[in-house]
Write a protein that binds this ligand. Structure first.
Ligand code: GRF
Length: 197
């Protein structure tokens, strides 16, 4: 019986596509749902084209009532009965109560070498700091933002003439390699940190 993986997105879903494409053959997991906070997320149509159930719960009508939005988001998520929840370009901060429902089985990919540069604008911050390396991190999601146990990292060089966009373009393909590799390890019950260069 395959493990069921729900993937949460907010936009293009390129990481979702990489994850979904990796869950084939002898992979112990399969995608069971792609869920977005934005009904216009282009990743939703990509999921449907791959035969994956896709749904959206628009966060905007809920305004600042984060708990009400999460109650609405939790409904289709629980209906899909996921064993693992993968945040993939999901841009809403989740409350500790929501995260606690998936303690130990919720993953996220963040475009920096955590613990450096939690939050937004990671590539601009790495360039401004004069870092020679940048990259991405897959971590377990905990109540604190971008702070959970690190499960994998991928490193890329920062070049002298890099802009945030050129650095992002170098990191993104590494995300698409790292996240599927870490998901497979987690689904197989492996432990330890995966490092890609
Ligand atoms: C990626 O850089 C990811 O690290 C960040 O969101 C960006 C877009 O991801 N969390 P995707 O193309 O929507 O998967």
């Amino acid at each position: 019986m395959s493990l069921r993986v729900a993937i949460l997105i907010s936009g293009s879903g390129s990481n979702m596509v990489a994850l979904a494409q990796s869950m084939q053959g002898d992979h112990p997991a399969r995608p069971c749902l792609v869920l977005s906070n934005d009904p216009a997320a282009t990743g939703l149509s990509k999921a449907r084209a791959m035969g994956i159930p896709a749904a959206a719960v628009d966060h905007r009508p809920f305004g600042r009532d984060r708990a009400a939005f999460e109650d609405a988001l939790m409904r289709p998520l629980l209906e899909a009965q996921p064993d693992i929840v993968a945040l993939a370009g999901f841009m809403r901060v989740l409350t500790p109560e929501f995260v606690a429902r998936f303690e130990g089985r919720m993953l996220n990919i963040h475009p920096s070498l955590l613990p450096k540069y939690k939050g937004l604008n990671t590539h601009a911050r790495a360039i401004a700091a004069g870092d020679s390396e940048a990259g991405c991190t897959v971590h377990e999601v905990t109540a604190a933002l971008d702070d959970g146990p690190i499960l994998g990292q991928a490193r890329v060089p920062v070049l002298p003439d890099d802009t945030p966009d050129t650095l992002a373009a170098r990191v993104l393909p590494m995300e698409h390699r790292l996240y599927p590799a870490v998901l497979r390890r987690v689904a197989m019950g492996a432990r330890g940190i995966l490092t890609l260069r």
